[in-house]
Write a protein that binds this ligand. Structure first.
Ligand code: AMP
Ligand code: MG
Length: 397
């Protein structure tokens, strides 16, 4: 049986480039740019007024003029209107272009307006004030969002402002989520006393949705022929299969054998961890990857966050976030030769340290707990006693 670190290494050796595709920019939140986005013109594209007030020529103020005749009003979006005499001003609004004959904007708060005249009520006027100059932020053809950037809400706005309606982004893998087990019935069905409703497929699909992937969700019974047929179709049509269940030592755990019969090469089976020991991982010669998680919902959930999501991020070119750590808030004993992933609730203590309080629940099968916890804390294999105050890796969900 391999360690968590060995499993991680094998999975990370399978980082795959799925190419690029062009999508509307509004759909690109969270995606990774596969091209540089450049400014189509300077940003701002003109000398932009940043306060509502009046535009004047500073020489007039230097010459001692403190009352200006308002020639007209210029709104944002109007073409610029020039002043012709030193004692003239244009009443001007935020977002308007500064007329070439003016160089300074005085806000309403520093003025008294009466009978078509604007009088200064301050001596503190600086030449060029309240203007956001053309090209101050970006010059035409500057890169505003570089290749490899993750598209955030802020970038969506920037991309909109430079007129890019379509973006070339890294393609995401096509994923099929398969659950398995004869004991599992549809959510809308009424289970018999010895059946349960399917939940894993929905959880996995929901996590994928958070990462911009619409996965196909399917279910297969514990029937070797049906398993093989369905897996074959998935192998032909998807880049990744995420399975849950059917990979343990049970008499009806047919999945590893079926995968191998379909030429999916096993890269590992079983990891020194709890939950999730029977985790199976393999690769088809055509490149398809299979993450086959044990069916216990906590195991599926943990493996998804600990192995699959980091692989997905690396695959889509998203820079790995720094590993997160937390301080254990209560002691844990764990006397098995496995790495234990305990469910924890997180909070900040008075020193702003991130504290992890274990919520033991009823062992690794207790998935009702998942809704009340925030992360898994990863407790090293080499030890059995984990003291309050010790710091360990966490995986937030
Ligand atoms: P298995 O890995 O197939 O032996 O399943 C382990 C445990 O997880 C069993 O109690 C299953 O009933 C349960 N289980 C498997 N798949 C699912 C699923 N899709 N939703 C909820 N529970 C599941
Ligand atoms: Mg099963």
């Amino acid at each position: 049986m391999i360690t968590v670190e060995e499993a991680e290494k094998i999975i990370f050796a399978q980082i795959t480039d799925y190419g690029a595709e062009i999508i509307p920019f509004e759909m690109a939140l969270g995606r990774v740019l596969a091209e540089d986005i450049k400014a189509d013109r300077d940003l701002p594209p003109f000398d932009r007024v940043t306060m509502d007030g009046i535009a004047v020529n500073y020489e007039a103020i230097q010459g001692g003029i403190s009352t200006f005749r308002i020639k007209t009003t210029q709104a944002a979006g109007d073409s610029p209107i020039d002043i012709e005499e030193p004692h003239e001003c244009i009443e001007i609004m935020t977002g308007a272009i500064l007329p070439s004959t003016a160089d300074t904007v005085i806000r309403y708060e520093d003025l008294e307006l009466r009978a078509g005249l604007a009088t200064l009520v301050t001596n503190e006027i600086k030449k060029g004030q309240n203007i956001h100059y053309k090209g101050n932020d970006k010059k035409q053809h500057d890169v505003v969002a570089g290749i490899g950037s993750v598209i955030t809400p802020a970038l969506i706005g920037l991309i909109a402002s430079v007129g890019e309606t379509e973006l070339r982004v890294k393609k995401l893998p096509k994923i099929a989520v398969l659950s398995s087990g004869n004991e599992l019935v549809e959510v809308a069905d009424t289970p018999s006393p010895y059946q349960i409703r399917r939940s894993n497929g929905y959880t996995v699909a929901a996590v994928l949705k958070q990462h911009g992937i619409d996965a196909a969700v399917l279910h297969i019974p514990d029937d070797p022929e049906v398993i093989k047929r369905q897996l074959k179709t998935c192998i032909e049509n998807y880049d990744v299969i995420l399975l849950s269940g059917g990979v343990s030592m049970g008499k009806f755990d047919y999945i590893p054998k079926a995968l191998e019969e379909l030429q999916v090469e096993m890269l590992f089976h079983k990891v020194k961890q709890r939950p999730g020991k029977p985790f199976w991982f393999g690769k088809h010669p055509k490149g398809l990857l299979v993450f086959a998680f044990p069916g216990n919902p906590v195991a599926t959930f943990m493996c998804l966050h600990r192995y699959f999501l980091p692989w997905l991020q690396a695959t889509t070119g998203i820079k790995a976030k720094p590993q997160q750590y937390a301080v254990l808030n209560n002691r844990i004993s764990f006397h098995h030769p496995l790495k234990y992933f305990a469910q924890v609730k997180l909070h900040h203590n008075q020193y702003c340290q991130l504290m992890a309080s274990p919520v033991e629940g009823n062992g690794s099968g207790d998935f009702a707990n998942l809704a009340d916890t925030d992360a898994f804390i990863e407790l090293p294999l080499e030890k059995n006693e984990f003291k309050r105050g010790e710091v360990f890796k966490i995986w937030r969900f």
